[in-house]
Design a protein around this ligand. Structure first.
Ligand code: FAD
Length: 304
């Protein structure tokens, strides 16, 4: 494979579509950072931008506020994440109705993690939706929404095996999910093998890879251990010794993610979802390297 040659093909950006994920800000300072990020990434014309729903439904109001502001102040299409945690069906149906009234027609439907934390047993909230598949069915009762769901190339840590894991994905698709976005991963072979398994199970919706630019390798290693994603040794080695050198860390991170995306393009993937962590620089640089450019930049160079 020759990623360098691929990245120089003039039409490469036209084959790739991206979306960006944000989380709702907790403070005025974080709010400012998010909006700087949104403004910087918006000219890349993402297919949609999604806003997460905090663990235990803790960010409900902030998620709603962020989605409302995206609708009001940008031309971006927001997708609202929603989980089943900590609320009964009546409450969740109320949130769905509120989003729908605002004009949201794309949801990312999730079960969510147990309120006691990842690793403890998940118990559905009394009178609530039990899992992602039930939430998808609930959303469909409200309207003909575009519904994205989660998928796990290394299987969800609670799933005893891939068959059980993919059975849950199948239930979500049977109930109306139109797209799956994967947990982040760093080994593209795992993704490819997972997609083969999914297709063998008769699931044909897009399985969009979730790409996590490595802003901080230490945090990624900790977080990966909790969500069952594997951090390969070669990746740790690339960041070795860069803990106190943020500039080189960022350059390496952009190169690593661009390499991952270009390899996936070569394997036939065209859609990518970036976990931005509300930071624009890495996502922007990676998009630039894979040929996704600001419209204004194309116009400028055409005029030159
Ligand atoms: P589900 O798809 O419902 O289930 C996940 C797996 O658990 C299944 O594959 C299945 O094997 C097993 N399982 C579940 N129920 C059963 C059952 N009854 N019997 C047997 N097995 C079962 N979390 C947030 O809090 N907020 C967010 O905004 C958010 N966004 C995310 C976006 C993406 C793209 C991804 C991949 C994850 C996101 N998460 C978010 C994390 C997610 O909530 C956790 O991974 C959670 O543990 C599982 O939620 P799910 O929707 O994937 O669950």
């Amino acid at each position: 494979m020759n990623h360098f040659r691929l990245s120089r093909r003039p039409d490469i950006g036209e084959k790739i579509r991206v979306s960006f994920e944000f989380f709702p800000p907790k403070s005025d300072e974080m709010e400012e950072r998010l909006w700087d990020t949104v403004k910087r990434l918006a000219p890349l014309s993402p297919r949609f931008v999604s806003v997460t729903y905090g663990a235990g439904g803790s960010t409900r109001e902030r998620t709603i506020r962020t989605v409302r502001r995206i609708l009001k102040e940008t031309d971006l299409l927001p997708a609202a994440h929603l989980t089943c945690v900590g609320a009964d069906r009546v409450e969740i149906d109320g949130v769905i109705a509120e989003f729908a009234t605002m004009g949201v027609n794309h949801f990312v439907a999730l079960r969510g993690d147990p309120p006691e934390g990842v690793g403890s047993a998940y118990r559905p909230f009394p009178g609530g939706y039990a899992n992602g598949a039930e939430l998808v069915a609930g959303l469909k009762r409200h309207g003909d929404f575009d519904i994205s769901v989660s998928a796990y190339p290394e299987k969800h840590p609670e799933s005893p095996d891939f068959a059980t894991d993919i059975e849950m994905l199948k239930r979500k698709v049977d109930n109306g999910a139109t797209r799956a976005i994967t947990q982040f991963f760093f080994d593209n072979d795992l993704y490819e093998r997972y997609v083969e398994r999914v297709r063998r199970a008769g699931i044909y919706i897009p399985i969009v890879p979730g790409i996590l630019p490595v802003h901080n390798i230490g945090q990624v290693v900790n977080f990966s251990a909790r969500c069952g994603a594997h951090v390969p040794d070669w990746l740790r080695e690339r960041f070795e010794g860069l803990e106190r050198d943020p500039q080189t860390h960022a350059l390496v991170a952009a190169a690593v993610a661009a390499e991952q995306v270009l390899d996936l393009v070569e394997r036939g993937v065209g859609d990518f979802h970036f976990y931005t962590m509300n930071r624009a620089d890495l996502a922007f640089a990676i998009c630039h390297m894979i040929g996704i450019r600001r419209e204004v930049a194309r116009t400028d160079s055409a005029a030159a």
